[in-house]
Design a protein around this ligand. Structure first.
Ligand code: GDP
Ligand code: K
Ligand code: MG
Length: 277
């Protein structure tokens, strides 16, 4: 028997709990994450020769340091590296939901995308080019309707199939100016062996540019005052060049990527287009 850990990640109200219930039924256990009051739900399911442990992460819009929920989700993904992350998205709200998806992929999480609420998408007669979405993101994509139990078996088989696979992080092109600073910061942090072992360096550089407090804390005591000063200069340089905060620039670029992705993959059905024109 094979033991597999699946993490469920998604925005609040994306259908995570509905999916968790579909997957684990009554085989659930509720506790708390250590040190915080955030609820921790776990459950099991059997699929072929696999015993699958499903961990329901707190619902979050991002993987920053804004709330205990975000830190719990980010910590689990980073330091407990589940074999697979199932990212539940509300497909009727793709733009907002894909922001978390990008962060999972930039982190290098071995992800399956569950296009949940697909029944609503069909009702609206929207068409999504799933193959294209899957190929641009580099991950399997499954249509689901958690509240109806649709697509659940396919989701499980897909997740089990890719469990433990080594996933290369998604690299978004942040444009010349930002890429230059990502490179400079990467060159600084990679000199510290512990950071090099613990993190994907490009991801770490992005987190530093985003000024993720939680990650900064871990970085600050490992670097020299001079290195930290160099990093500060990188951030100041990009902010004075663009007149924007570095975290805002990064968020804007991510939304740019998402909007382009949606443009390429989401089409209104013919009948709807005709009605509009
Ligand atoms: P969570 O906040 O991510 O845990 O989301 P929930 O599982 O609590 O779901 C939020 C709401 O969406 C509930 O009313 C669910 O019944 C509903 N829901 C979940 N999945 C689907 C789905 O695939 N289709 C539709 N139409 N509703 C869904
Ligand atoms: K809810
Ligand atoms: Mg929930």
């Amino acid at each position: 028997e094979n033991n597999i850990v699946i993490a469920l990640a998604g925005n609040p109200n994306s259908g995570k709990t509905s999916m968790f219930n579909q997957l684990t039924g009554a085989r659930q256990h509720v506790g708390n994450w250590p040190g915080v009051t955030v609820e921790r739900k776990e459950g099991t399911l059997k699929y072929k020769d696999n015993l699958v442990n499903v961990v329901d992460l707190p619902g979050t819009y991002s993987l920053g340091a804004y709330s205990e929920d975000e830190v719990v989700a980010k910590d689990f993904l980073l330091y407990h590296s589940p074999d697979v992350t199932v990212n539940i998205v509300d497909t009727t709200n793709l733009q907002r939901n894909l922001y978390l998806t990008l962060q999972l992929l930039e982190m290098g999480a071995n992800t399956v995308l569950a296009l949940n609420m697909y029944d609503q998408v069909e009702k609206r007669q929207q068409k999504i080019d799933i193959d294209k979405l899957s190929s641009i993101l580099g991950i399997p994509v499954v249509k689901t309707s958690a509240s109806k139990g649709e697509g659940v078996t396919q989701l499980v088989s897909t997740a089990v199939n890719i469990a433990g696979r080594d996933k290369k992080p998604l690299e978004i092109n942040y444009g010349n100016e930002l890429e230059e600073e990502i490179k400079s910061i990467s060159e600084i942090v990679v000199m510290n062996n512990e950071l090099k072992v613990k993190y994907n360096i490009r991801w770490l550089a992005l987190k530093i540019l985003e000024q993720d407090e939680h990650i900064l804390e871990d970085v600050e005591h490992r670097l020299s005052a001079r290195q930290l000063e160099e990093i500060k200069k990188c951030i100041q340089r990009i902010e004075s060049k663009t007149g924007e905060e570095s975290d805002t620039i990064i968020a804007d670029m991510r939304y740019g990527f998402i909007n382009e992705l949606i443009e390429k993959t989401v089409k209104k059905s013919k009948s709807v287009e005709e009605k509009v024109s």
